[in-house]
Design a protein around this ligand. Structure first.
Ligand code: DGY
Length: 321
């Protein structure tokens, strides 16, 4: 019997509960691997599909978009979609969707994990215990920075920035935020205070970044901005690597312009600046912001909901323009 199910290209293997739904409803162009496809394999896969689910490591350029003539929807398995050439998408009339909301809590939680890990030297402590060199409690051992009561500076007050701010209550941390549209923030609690980028960087003890990567936010934080921070302050980035000039962060840490950094994202993932791994005052994670089973399953289901809607001729719930 002819298989009438639509054809789906998956650029990566997704969590089991998502794969179960995929296998029931779609014909797969090919069995997905747990590895990034080559640009050629990506293009070939997209060219054979009615719909595709791709990830943030898949760079989808104009040439690929124009070559994939059968494709109706690209569902990006991420909230950020800087990996896709949107101008080409618009020119071709392709639908692109993302996965907002379902990863907000996971990413805000991980931001707090990095705030605490950098300030309280969690990774150094773990390494000391594992090394067998720990000689017991000491009044001067691995002293870190106090977090409670310190000022939290948030750059970007979308869903994730706000979720990070909400978690500051338990730490009694005054919240300062910077956003390009401060007037849109009328629903924010009055304790959250707007600041210019320079004032926010100058006042905050913890600075955390939650803006999307666009041409306007590329290197938003460079040597000049780092110099505006306190020498006791920490920089946290769980958004996108190129928002921060990684080389400038390394230099600032080496000469004590800032105290530490917690990074989940990098300019050239999976490569990192060669000096970062040598610095004790940084905590480095492999882009884990949304990496909970719950969030990753929900992200897959959101992608599938968007794919189904478009293939059924309905508007995509998470269409990005
Ligand atoms: C996103 O959704 O943009 C995240 O970076 C994925 O973890």
């Amino acid at each position: 019997m002819t298989d009438r199910r639509p054809t789906l290209y998956l650029s990566r293997l997704l969590p089991d509960p998502v794969m179960a739904v995929v296998r029931e409803r779609f014909q797969l162009v090919q069995e997905p691997l747990d590895a990034l496809p080559t640009p050629l394999a990506l293009r070939e896969g997209l060219c054979q599909a009615d719909a595709a689910i791709v990830t943030l490591g898949d760079l989808i350029d104009a040439e690929t978009i124009h070559a994939a003539t059968r494709l109706k929807i690209l569902a990006n398995y991420a909230v950020g979609y800087n990996n896709i050439d949107l101008a080409a998408v618009r020119a071709r009339g392709l639908i692109v969707t993302n996965t907002p909301d379902v990863l907000t809590d996971a990413t805000a939680d991980l931001t707090w994990a990095l705030i605490l890990a950098t300030a309280r030297r969690i990774v150094e402590g773990d390494a000391l215990v594992r090394s067998g060199q720990w000689t017991g409690w000491s009044p001067t051992q691995l002293m870190g920075a106090e977090v409670s009561g310190k000022t939290l500076g948030i750059i970007g007050m979308g869903r994730i920035g706000q979720a990070v701010a909400q978690r500051a209550v338990g730490f009694r941390m005054p919240v300062r935020y910077h956003t390009r549209q401060p007037n849109a923030a009328t629903s924010f609690p009055c304790e959250w205070a707007y600041r210019s980028l320079k004032d926010l960087l100058g006042e905050s003890d913890m600075v955390t970044i939650h803006v999307p990567l666009t041409p306007n936010t590329h290197h938003l934080i460079g040597a000049r901005e780092l110099a505006w921070m306190k020498p006791t302050a920490f920089l946290i980035n769980t958004a996108r690597g190129p928002i921060v000039d990684e080389g400038a962060v390394v230099n600032s840490l080496k000469i004590g312009i800032i105290a530490g950094a917690g990074l989940d994202v990098y300019e050239q993932e999976p490569a990192i600046h060669s000096a970062l791994a040598e610095l004790k005052q940084v905590v480095l994670l492999p882009h884990l912001g949304s990496a909970t089973l719950h969030a990753r399953v929900q992200m897959g289901l959101v992608c599938l909901k968007n794919v189904q809607a478009v293939l059924d001729g309905h508007p995509a719930p998470n269409h990005v323009q």
